[in-house]
Design a protein around this ligand. Structure first.
Ligand code: NAX
Length: 326
């Protein structure tokens, strides 16, 4: 049995937190031989509900759960961390547009970035889920100069999983038979789910599904899925978001299989003509805890225009929070 690792979850009493914690404690993310200490952060009004979640975690008697810390102080919750899931932030309400959300949530990530810088291990793997997650990850990274910017990721794995689910359904396959489905760009409806490079059962997806379906129904379904779930369920995606967060961190922890890639929003150094200095979702391979952007994928004009549009949106988001980037 390994030494326990310390894993933080912010917004731990929220919907995604509730679905995430029990899977982390059961070993779904870091494996069946890896004990963990969960370090849970909430804001003061959430501490009562968090107490209840902590009771339930104890009541589940997970053998791998070697400790629980619950706090409203990031300097306590982020002490000596190996991994962090930054989920907590204000969800968008009906009367709010994206720009309002960025202004409200941005400062949270300045404070949490600083607390990570001051308390976590410099090798900590930070996955930002709270929206707007790409730009929040950028803000947190800027506030944490002692942690390499390669250690800050944002989550587009839910978009990848949604895209795989749609292709699998269309072709009558299981999602595990669909691979190399890259999400490019922002976790917003401008993201580009790249069906051109995806494989289904070893064959080209675009040939199997047809370009018209790819550019039409598929793009629309994937990019508006979050809203469709809210309409149907009366609440935003929670279990699938938590599951995607587990998938992202597990891939980061364990690496990608030979010949396969996955989508992670990571710091851009100008790859594929994307502006440097934004957190952009690329297809990546992962080895020894490091994500490397897959090189040499060739895009047609349609894909290029989609990638340019989502990059432009992220550049605008970066401008909107320029005062938080120091
Ligand atoms: P909830 O409102 O259920 O939970 C959020 C929790 O965060 C609350 O308990 C709140 O008290 C806490 N919180 C707020 N500010 C905090 C702070 N400064 N420090 C610590 N905790 C804080 O939202 P939930 O459904 O769990 O969603 C959480 C976030 O995930 C939202 O920003 C949401 O937009 C985002 N999502 C991101 C997805 C992605 O693919 N990247 C998909 C799902 C989800 O929409």
């Amino acid at each position: 049995m390994n030494e326990p690792i310390r894993v933080a979850v912010t917004g731990a009493a929220g919907n995604i937190g509730y679905a995430l914690l029990f899977r982390l404690a059961s070993g779904s993310c870091f494996g069946p031989d890896q004990p963990i200490i969960l370090q849970l952060l909430e804001i003061p009004p959430g501490m009562g509900a968090l107490e209840g979640v902590v009771m339930e975690l104890r009541d589940a008697a997970f053998p791998l759960l070697h400790g629980i810390v619950a706090s409203d102080d990031p300097n306590v919750a982020f002490k000596d961390l190996d991994a962090a899931f930054l989920v907590g932030s204000r969800p968008r309400s009906k009367d709010m547009d994206r720009a309002d959300l960025i202004k409200i949530n941005g400062p949270i990530f300045t404070g949490q970035g600083k607390a990570l810088n001051d308390n976590a291990k410099p090798t900590v793997k930070v996955l930002v889920v709270g929206n707007p997650c790409n730009t929040n990850a950028l803000i947190a990274s800027h506030a944490a100069p002692n942690i390499p910017n390669t250690q800050f990721h944002a989550m587009t794995r839910l978009d990848e999983n949604r895209a795989k689910g749609q292709i699998a359904k269309k072709l009558g396959l299981s999602p595990g038979q669909v691979g190399n489905l890259a999400i490019w760009g922002n976790h917003s409806n401008t993201m580009f789910p790249d069906f051109y490079h995806a494989k289904a059962d070893g064959k080209d997806v675009v040939t199997a599904v047809g370009e018209a379906w790819g550019q039409g129904e598929f793009m629309k379904t994937v990019s508006t899925r979050g809203k469709a779930i809210i309409v149907a369920r009366g609440a935003s995606s929670a279990a699938s978001a938590a599951s995607a967060a587990i998938d992202h961190m597990r891939t980061w922890w364990d690496g990608t299989a030979e010949g396969e890639f996955s989508s992670m929003a990571i710091y851009s150094n100008g790859e594929y003509g994307v502006p440097a200095g934004i957190i952009f979702s690329f297809p990546v391979t992962v080895k020894d805890g490091r994500a490397s952007i897959v090189e040499g994928l060739v895009h047609n004009d349609y894909a290029k225009s989609k990638i340019a549009a989502t990059a432009a949106e992220l550049s605008q988001e970066r401008e909107a929070v320029a005062d938080l980037l120091g």
